[in-house]
Design a protein. Structure first.
Lengths: 126, 411
């Protein structure tokens, strides 16, 4: 487990380094940063990349959670087990708008759509 | 996962609510969210989120204090000194559901009720640690300001004190050997509820924080009757203490009514104030009765400014409150003798809820912002803790929340 963790951390470090290099090269290539800019320009560009990464991570996490959940969940109102299907849901996060994969169910008795609670689904993850 | 139908992530909701609690309006909150947090959120959305969260906080405030549903944290040990203070405030409301703009029901002013529950550290003394009143109560300008009268004209030619009180909220400044209790943890309640319901809210919070188990308990208020109704019903075994500042204004106004020259007014006030400070309240009361006998009883149609009426009101006030004015004993036990903590808190609450062009939907909008602001002012981080664990809403469309249970709000 420690070996796997170390490998993942090393890979992430390498990718972040590459992302930083590419971002700087792109900023120079498209003219966003020329010569010696005001530091705020550098700071804001870097921060925007961080926000993009954050959005990707959030979407990926939700995609993984959805992919490994069992396809049925109880209705929060009446408890009937209903089929749930993955749907895209636009949400605003602290790093801007994202589109999350989320399971949505519809109870035929309550005639209400619902988003199952995490604990109600269990995980189909092996 | 804490997501709800608002389509905002939980951390964004936290930022919105904290911003709404700390900025003076939802419109200013919109600007802060955009310019500081870097996320554009409309003022209307901020208002709606505050409505949702305010409702949740009210539910947890009213939960059984023996369960973890209650908002406050149960400490491992009871406080060394438990201090409860309460006071009323004023805010302006509008009638909801009447379209855009401000629609009044009556004058629009409503009373909100506020309380702080403070875990404090104290020192106990063999004797009164400060038998002489501090300089601020001998400062004519300061006293005139306390009395909220036109007394400056009387006070100004008199020997003035220093501005010592400026850096001492509540006016009691004690120099280096400070006998006053030290505030450790403050939690705050604020509501549009009637005094009976507000008393229950205070009692639940006190129970949750183990205030009833404390070896030293004090309850402070000014002369408002509902303060003492709450004490009588829910805090009977707390030592009742009348805010020392409050009788001062009565004494100053009465001294002005019975004496003529500025020097005599000031001397009279000083003698009475010193008497109260040193626990000789019954003697002060006796002197007031002598003045009443000399002036005669007020006729039934006496004006408010009639000296006979002023003396009669002060006598009644002292008769009602004398049992809560044993100030030397309170100081000896290390209790506070003013509601300075409360006065300071009311200012912090008013910063958010009271101001020009600030009107709240009556009562839901007002109650929601009071819950959010009160939670933000607590030392136990309860607002952030609530927002980090709120369950969200499982339904696609948010069910309409039930009406807040606020009854008899005009009391």
């Amino acid at each position: 487990m420690d070996g796997k963790m170390a490998e993942l951390k090393g890979r992430l470090e390498q990718l972040l380094k590459e992302a930083a290099e590419v971002s700087v090269a792109l900023d120079r290539a498209d003219g966003t940063i020329q010569g010696v800019p005001h530091y705020s320009v550098i700071e804001l560009r870097a921060h925007e990349l961080g926000r993009q990464l954050s959005r990707r991570i959030q979407e990926r996490h939700m995609g993984e959670i959805t992919a490994f959940q069992v396809p049925k969940a109880p209705c929060p109102k009446c408890g009937t087990r209903c089929e749930v299907i993955p749907k895209k849901r636009p949400v605003t996060s602290i790093d801007g708008p994202i589109e999350l994969q989320e399971l949505e169910g519809r109870c035929p008795f309550c005639r209400k759509s619902f988003f199952p609670a995490a604990g109600d689904l269990g995980s189909g993850r092996p | 996962m804490g997501l709800d139908a608002r389509e905002l992530t939980p951390t964004l909701v936290l930022k919105i609510v904290v911003t709404a609690a700390e900025t003076r309006s939802f419109v200013r909150g919109e600007k802060v969210m955009s310019d500081v947090a870097g996320v554009p959120v409309s003022a209307k959305t901020i208002q709606r989120v505050v409505g949702d969260v305010g409702h949740e906080l009210a539910d947890r405030r009213d939960a059984d204090p023996r369960t973890d549903e209650a908002l406050g944290q149960r400490p491992e040990v009871a406080p060394d000194l438990a201090v409860v203070e309460c006071d009323g405030g004023r805010l302006r409301t509008r009638e909801p559901g009447c379209g855009p703009g401000v629609h009044f029901a009556g004058e629009g002013w409503r009373e909100d009720k506020n309380a702080c529950l403070i875990r404090a550290r104290r020192r106990v003394f063999d004797e009164d640690p400060q038998p002489e009143p501090p300089a601020c109560f001998r400062d004519a300008k300061h006293v005139a300001k306390i009395a909220e009268t036109e007394a400056l004209s009387v006070a100004s030619p008199l020997p003035g004190g220093t501005a010592e009180h400026e850096d001492s909220p509540g006016g009691v400044s004690c120099g280096e050997d400070d006998w006053r209790p030290k505030r450790l943890v403050r939690t705050v309640l604020s509501s549009m509820a009637c005094s009976e319901d507000f008393g229950r809210q205070m009692a639940r919070e006190a129970k949750r924080r183990r205030f009833y188990e404390s070896p030293a308990k004090a309850f402070l208020g000014d002369g408002l009757p509902w303060n003492w109704s709450i004490w009588k019903k829910d805090f009977r075994d707390f030592v009742p203490i009348l805010d020392f500042i409050h009788p001062l204004s009565y004494l100053f106004v009465t001294a002005k009514a019975v004496q003529e020259s500025a020097e005599d007014v000031w001397s009279q006030y000083l003698a009475w104030m010193r008497g109260c400070w040193q626990g000789e309240v019954l003697q002060v009361l006796e002197e007031l009765r002598q003045w009443q006998a000399k002036l005669g009883p007020p006729p039934s149609d006496a004006a408010e400014s009639d000296p006979r009426q002023i003396v009669a009101k002060t006598i009644t006030y002292f008769e009602h409150n004398a049992p809560r004015m044993s100030y030397p004993e309170y100081r000896r036990q290390g209790f506070p003798i003013t509601t300075a903590w409360m006065e300071s808190l009311v200012k912090e609450i008013n910063y958010r809820v009271k101001g020009t062009e600030m009107f709240w939907n009556d009562p839901e909008g007002a109650e929601a912002i009071l819950q959010v602001r009160a939670a933000a002012l607590c030392d136990d981080d309860r607002l952030k803790k609530h927002l980090r664990t709120r369950p969200g809403c499982p339904f696609t469309r948010r069910p309409k929340p039930p009406k807040l249970r606020i009854k008899n709000r005009k009391s």
